[in-house]
Design a protein around this ligand. Structure first.
Ligand code: PHE
Length: 368
């Protein structure tokens, strides 16, 4: 393609220069757009940038020389801009990659360290809770859950805390306001233990039952180093034909050894819970001193860790209202309940329960 020769320029005012250069630029663009193949690229280069016959060479010969002194500067600028445009078109047409300068501006230094992202991790309470559940899952227990806002019936009455019974005072309860018009058993409260899920489970299925119930519970207790008004429990319930107290002892002894190491010993002390009979508190040999006696175990060598007992026939009677197979003459069972925070504090040597809830990364990152 041959463009016509560069015309002579007669007017050198800005508007005339603009028009003349715009025309040339358009011609350059048109002929660049028509380039097809590497020979055409070379022809374009010669046509525009050739040292002797190139059009830009002509421009500088004809226009720059003829220009009056006062127009030379502007003309020079426009000439340089046109030249840069033509060079850019040539670069594009020849498929040449971007210039070195462009590459340098975009370069990625692969030797720089990458951006580190913090990986999330289980909270120590979640971790302990899962560990406890895991110990029982390995024994064939399933996992159950229930609501945190519970009725008086499930939290107390069906667990054999009759209305007005003094045993209710052992679990200082947070109740939902403005429930007085409802019958007592339907009134809502924040569950004080995970035991109501025992009843919810039995109402839904006949025996046998082997279930662990992890969850959050609430009590109107003042917070101190070892108490928090919100904490976590893992409940356990096993119901079948011929379940005995020695099954309970063997199961919990195994669980404590699994959680605290095989040298942990357990012992069972008589206790009272309305929903178990007989009831027991379980102590484990002090994991800090091995049973010799230290400050942590108040020199006794033992630490109290959980409550348990054989399911009270009165509880089975409530379950039998929905599932007649819970007949205490034919089946028996045991239940236990443990505080997750207390176990986590022992396992990890934490002395302030509040540390678990403060959200301080310096504390939490120790458990990753
Ligand atoms: N629910 C009891 C409590 O929170 C613990 C427990 C559960 C005791 C099951 C015996 C059997 O104190």
């Amino acid at each position: 393609m041959t463009n016509e020769a560069i015309p002579n320029l007669t007017a050198f005012d800005e508007a005339s220069l603009d028009k003349a250069f715009a025309q040339l630029e358009q011609q350059a663009r048109d002929s660049a757009a028509a380039i097809d193949g590497s020979e055409a690229v070379e022809a374009f280069r010669l046509e525009w940038l050739g040292r002797k016959q190139g059009r830009l060479n002509d421009v500088s010969g004809k226009w720059l020389k003829a220009a009056p002194a006062e127009a030379k500067k502007l003309l020079g600028q426009k000439f340089n801009a046109l030249k840069a445009t033509v060079e850019g078109l040539l670069e594009q047409a020849s498929g040449a990659g971007p210039s070195d300068a462009a590459l340098a501006a975009e370069a990625i230094d692969i030797t720089l360290p990458g951006t580190k992202r913090l990986t999330g991790a289980e909270h120590p309470i979640t971790k302990t809770l899962n560990e406890i559940v895991g110990v029982f899952a390995a024994l064939g227990y399933l996992v159950g859950v229930g609501p945190e806002v519970e009725t008086d019936f499930y939290n107390f009455e069906s667990m054999n805390f009759p209305p007005g019974h003094p045993a209710r005072d052992t679990q200082d309860t947070l109740v939902v306001a403005n429930q007085e018009r409802r019958p007592l058993r339907d009134r809502l409260l924040l569950r004080t233990h995970t035991s109501p899920v025992q009843m919810r489970t039995m109402e839904k299925q006949p025996p046998p039952v082997r279930i662990v119930i992890p969850g959050k519970v609430h009590r109107n207790d003042a917070a101190d180093a070892t108490h928090s008004p919100i904490f976590h429990q893992v409940e356990g319930l096993c119901v079948d034909a011929n379940i005995t107290f020695s099954d309970l002892k063997g199961t919990l002894d195994h669980a404590m050894k699994a959680l605290f190491g095989s040298s942990a010993k357990t012992r069972f002390f008589p206790s009272f819970f309305p929903f178990t009979e007989p009831s027991a508190d379980v102590q484990i040999s002090c994991i800090f001193c091995g049973g010799k006696g230290c400050r942590k175990c108040k020199q006794s060598g033992w630490i109290e860790l959980l409550g348990c007992g054989m399911v009270d026939p009165a509880v089975f009677a409530f379950a039998a209202e929905k599932q007649p197979a819970y007949d205490p003459k034919k089946i028996s069972g045991f239940a236990f309940g443990m505080g997750v925070e207390r176990i986590a504090m022992m396992k990890y040597g934490v002395s302030e329960i509040g540390q678990f809830y403060a959200g301080d990364m310096r504390f939490l990152s120790q458990f990753v």
